[in-house]
Design a protein around this ligand. Structure first.
Ligand SMILES: *Cc1c(COP(=O)(O)O)cnc(C)c1O
Length: 372
């Protein structure tokens, strides 16, 4: 059984994708071109943002966002304690200090109460300038948008949405990728909208920011690539990847529907033994992963053991909180109880729009067999 079945998705899309790629091969034009322009236009329309600026990957998207808003030395950047390191790594690379924040116990997303507490603490300490919040839609579940937007306004912070796992999800009338001052996403193959390699995008409604991003992503170009007005990077979405994404964007909503259906089935099967995903009223989760919480570490170990024996793949999303990573050299002993509980109890099970009913049954029966 595949953890995420990308082979089957390719079989469904093969005629379209093969033709698009063949066209590019025939033209031998692999950088930029009409596919990239078309994808940026269609993706911005799909999300409901004015501009889409494609780039090399999701981490670059976050780096470029931090660059355009001038994140740097002496700035504090707030980020949930449970995420993938790429959410905060670019801000740190630019010299900012990461400030981790505990998560909500039900959605595993950034807790607004804890966020405000951390902001107040930073202001009181007076050594760092509170600059930005990285709001992650964790596992594809939209964050607590209204409360976080309110806090960002109150303290004058830039709100950066990390929607790498949440394309296809929405918070009320707003699609994930359209929330906050600027949004970032990744097209890594296993994400809800993925390509066949690396890819990423930034979404914004601000014309000036969009122009700046297009400069920063191309060596700080001025009037041309060979007229450079600032220090930038090189970050591009390849033409072939744009072609793959154009084909996948066509079926994204259908796939998201299917994800809802399978998630409901899992929810029903597991609600009495595990903590199941909680999606807030009026929101849709893209279920980048389907993750359950066991009662404790021992309970989880039991489940993982039986899954391993039966050759059912599982993954921990994620096994360790951010503030405990050696990379950050955190000297405080602050504990984030909700993030800690999540790290100790979570496990992801096979999930994709192409998971057959037989496979779903097998996953359910195997995991439930620990009670027999
Ligand atoms: C995947 C991911 C990223 C980084 O994307 P890459 O394309 O791998 O650079 C950033 N944030 C989150 C939450 C992710 O899941």
């Amino acid at each position: 059984m595949e953890f995420i079945n990308l082979k089957k998705q390719y079989q469904v899309l093969k005629p379209v994708i093969d033709e698009r790629i063949q066209n590019i091969m025939a033209k031998a034009s692999f950088i930029g071109g009409s596919e990239v322009d078309e994808f940026e236009k269609k993706f911005a329309e799909y999300i409901g943002r004015k501009h889409c600026i494609s780039c090399g990957n999701g981490t670059d998207a976050l780096l470029l966002s931090c660059l355009v808003y001038g994140v740097g030395k002496d700035d504090a950047v707030f980020c949930p304690d449970m995420t993938f390191i790429a959410s905060i790594e670019p801000a740190c690379m630019l010299g900012a200090a990461p400030v981790f924040v505990d998560i909500e116990p039900e959605t595993y997303n950034l807790s607004p109460e804890c966020l405000e507490k951390e902001i107040k603490r930073v202001i009181e300490e007076g050594t760092l300038n509170p600059k930005a919040v990285i709001m992650v839609d964790f596992l594809g579940n939209p964050a607590n948008v209204e409360a976080i937007e309110h806090i960002c306004k109150k303290y004058g912070l830039i709100l950066i949405e990390d929607a790498a796992q949440a394309i296809g999800a929405f918070y009320k009338d707003k699609k994930c990728g359209s929330i906050g001052d600027i949004s970032c996403t990744s097209f890594f193959p296993s994400k809800p909208l993925g390509c066949y390699g690396d890819g990423g995008a930034i979404l914004t409604d601000d014309d000036n920011i969009a122009d700046l991003l297009r400069s920063y992503k191309m060596h700080g170009k001025g009037s041309s690539k060979y007229d450079n007005v600032r220090i930038g990077i090189n970050s591009r979405l390849d033409t072939i990847q744009a072609a793959v994404l154009l084909a996948k964007l066509e079926i994204l909503d259908k796939e998201i529907q299917e994800r809802q259906r399978i998630a409901k089935r899992y929810d029903y099967a597991f609600a009495d033994i595990f903590q199941i995903p909680f999606v807030k009223e009026g929101c849709r989760c893209s279920y980048a992963q389907y993750v359950l919480l066991a009662k404790d570490k021992e309970h989880r170990a039991k489940v993982l053991e039986v899954m391993k024996k039966t050759d059912i793949p599982s993954l921990l999303y994620y096994p360790k909180e951010m503030h405990r990573m050696d990379a950050f050299h955190m000297d405080n002993n602050e504990e984030f109880p909700n993030a800690a509980r999540y790290a100790n109890c979570n496990f992801g099970i096979p999930f994709s729009p192409y998971l057959t009913e037989e496979e779903q049954d097998m996953v359910i029966h195997t995991i439930k067999s620990i009670y027999k």
